[in-house]
Write a protein that binds this ligand. Structure first.
Ligand SMILES: Nc1ncnc2c1ncn2[C@@H]1O[C@H](COP(=O)(O)OP(=O)(O)OP(=O)(O)O)[C@@H](O)[C@H]1O
Ligand SMILES: [Mg+2]
Length: 237
């Protein structure tokens, strides 16, 4: 469904992405890992219309989308969350999700809005002010807002960052369940490698803007280049 071909992103003298080629099949659950500054978020920006890549192609179901606006990516069925939560802190949970529905150009039927809120387990909080929620709940809200655009491909950028170990596990379970329920294809960037590895089907590793490895969690965890670039202690554990 997603085909990324020789993707490059240059910021002045810095090559944040170099010739990244990766395919994601319909229904796949792919994890993306790599050190800080490896280009993971830049990768998402370039495949969701936030950045115009310097080179390469981004195809959704065969249609070239590189250089198009975020709105065009949204219409093609891509939704994403941001590493720094982008919720409206002074609005309620319900108002945030309603806004996201409007952005996705889906008539904001209260029934659908409530379904998404229930499915992301924030039903009891829907009249709470979003900015006052604890981090884990804000992350669930972000996922709800991404779902409100009726995506086929969901891109999650560190939705478990800053959460406790138990909360990270909960988020992984939530994503897996939503994926089944809505038939989503998911790409998930996360530093919580242990949880990620046991949740996803496939792992891609970025390092200095390059795709260092791409394979099953077992293959990637055993890859000496990945161990020396990133995993180190995680693997010995
Ligand atoms: N808009 C920008 N202008 C200039 N440099 C940028 C810009 N965005 C990112 N970079 C640089 O590109 C590189 C990749 O950054 P990116 O945010 O994609 O890394 P990351 O893998 O998401 O890291 P982290 O795990 O810390 O989130 C970094 O060196 C970063 O400083
Ligand atoms: Mg990042």
């Amino acid at each position: 469904m997603l085909s990324v071909q020789m993707l490059g992103m240059q910021f002045g003298g810095l090559k944040a992405l170099s010739d990244v080629t990766m395919d994601v099949k319909h229904g796949e659950f792919v994890g993306v890992i790599g050190p800080n500054g490896a280009g993971k978020t830049t990768f998402f920006h370039a495949i969701s219309g936030v950045h115009v890549p310097t080179s390469g192609k981004v195809l959704i179901d065969g249609a070239e989308l590189q250089g198009k606006t975020p709105d065009a990516f949204c219409r093609a069925g891509i939704a994403r969350t941001f590493q720094t939560p982008r919720i409206f802190g002074d609005m309620t949970v319900l108002e945030n999700v309603r806004f996201a529905f409007l952005f996705g150009n889906h008539g904001a039927s209260e029934e659908l809005i409530n379904e998404v809120i229930e499915e992301t387990h924030i039903g009891a909080l829907k009249n709470e002010i979003a900015g006052a929620l604890p981090p884990a709940r804000q992350r669930q809200l972000e996922i709800a807002m991404a779902l409100a655009t009726s995506p086929r491909l969901l891109l999650l950028d560190e939705v478990a960052a800053g959460l406790t170990e138990g909360e990270v596990e909960d988020v992984a379970r939530l994503i897996s369940r939503l994926r089944q329920q809505y038939g989503l294809t998911v790409v998930w960037i996360e530093h919580a490698v242990r949880t990620l590895m046991k949740t996803v089907d496939r792992v891609a590793v970025l390092n200095f803007g390059q795709l260092l490895a791409d394979g099953s969690p077992e293959q990637v965890a055993a890859d000496p280049r990945v161990i020396s670039a990133y995993l180190g202690d995680e693997v010995s554990e």
